[in-house]
Design a binder for this molecule. Sequence first.
Ligand code: GLA
Length: 385
Amino acid sequence: MSDAKTRAIDAYIRAYDKKPEHIIRAPGRVNIIGEHTDYNDGFVLPCAIDKDTVVAIGRHDGDIIEALSIDYDAHDIFSIDGDIVESPQLWANYVRGMAKHLLLGDYSLAPSRISIAGDVPLGSGLSSSAALEMAVGRALIEQSGQMIKLTDLAMIGQEAENQFVGCACGIMDQLISAKASAEHALLIDCRTLECSAIPIPENISLLIVNSGIIHSNSDGAYNERRAQCEKAALHYGVAALRDIDENQLEAGKAGLDDISYRRARHVVTENARTLAAAIALRQNDLSKLGQLMQQSHASMRDDFEITVAEIDRLADIMNDAIAHYCDGRGGARMTGGGFGGCVIALAPHEHIADIIDSIHRHYKKNDNQKVEMLISRASAGVNII
Ligand code: GLA
């Protein structure tokens, strides 16, 4: 039994003096390529990681939802009869937001008690928040004896995050946490929400390295990038940057300021790289995939300007190790929203230890502590356990 599952069940029994009726897990995610393309109606290629948020749920009385967060050692209680308003506790707003937006989506909710435990590293860009939304949402639906399509669950999660929590994120994190397949990445068309599962070849490992850096204003910078992309789409007269290719980008750039042009160039080239990367992954062409990942990192660094010096250094160390030990078969890039967080590498199993060793030798965090590393399998999306 996973540690998070044990902790969620034990805390439930301790707090409520009975056994939970259902246990639900939802995974965090890592994005292989396709960054800041989701809210431009473009393409992304994430997979779920083998770290989860687990929710234990059972019935309650009246019109109350009571929630316990084991990881935050905190408690929340709210009524589902009437307007659900914000809590001063951020974690609780993901629970309240899911409840509120399920109700707005015409799902009815049963009064419930829940306890939540997770092992997705918090605040590291691996989408602990989407895992929380998907686990809580699926649990509330199960407890009230209803059904929901996974795409609808993901859309409600995004709506809750956009409108209740106040972060203007795209659909990638919720959709992969809901719909991932074990041992597969998911190519998602963020306009149609069509998903194609692509097997991750057995010889490849996913190495995720957490820089430990968290940017203080990453939400503000994220929303600013989004606004710059919308401005560029308006300039080109299209609904979203998904609708132009590199030729159109160049042909129509007159009159667009340099920053908006470079933001657009990142999105347009990243969409093309993501589609090419999906083909390379399908063909187990690790050299091509690695080149695309390196180009993606450079584009995030130079055009979209969402990397920080330590992340660039980590990615360089990992790409140098891949060039040296793996003959260029593989690549590394920053993953997620940016301004810190994690670097992901895809490389052959047999050389992962060499890459890790290189990181230990060459990269030191500012406080001289070691970085955290995770070798993950691609796991399945939200489910009842
Ligand atoms: C965050 C958001 C996603 C996506 C990525 C960047 O993780 O939640 O919707 O925009 O950043 O690719």
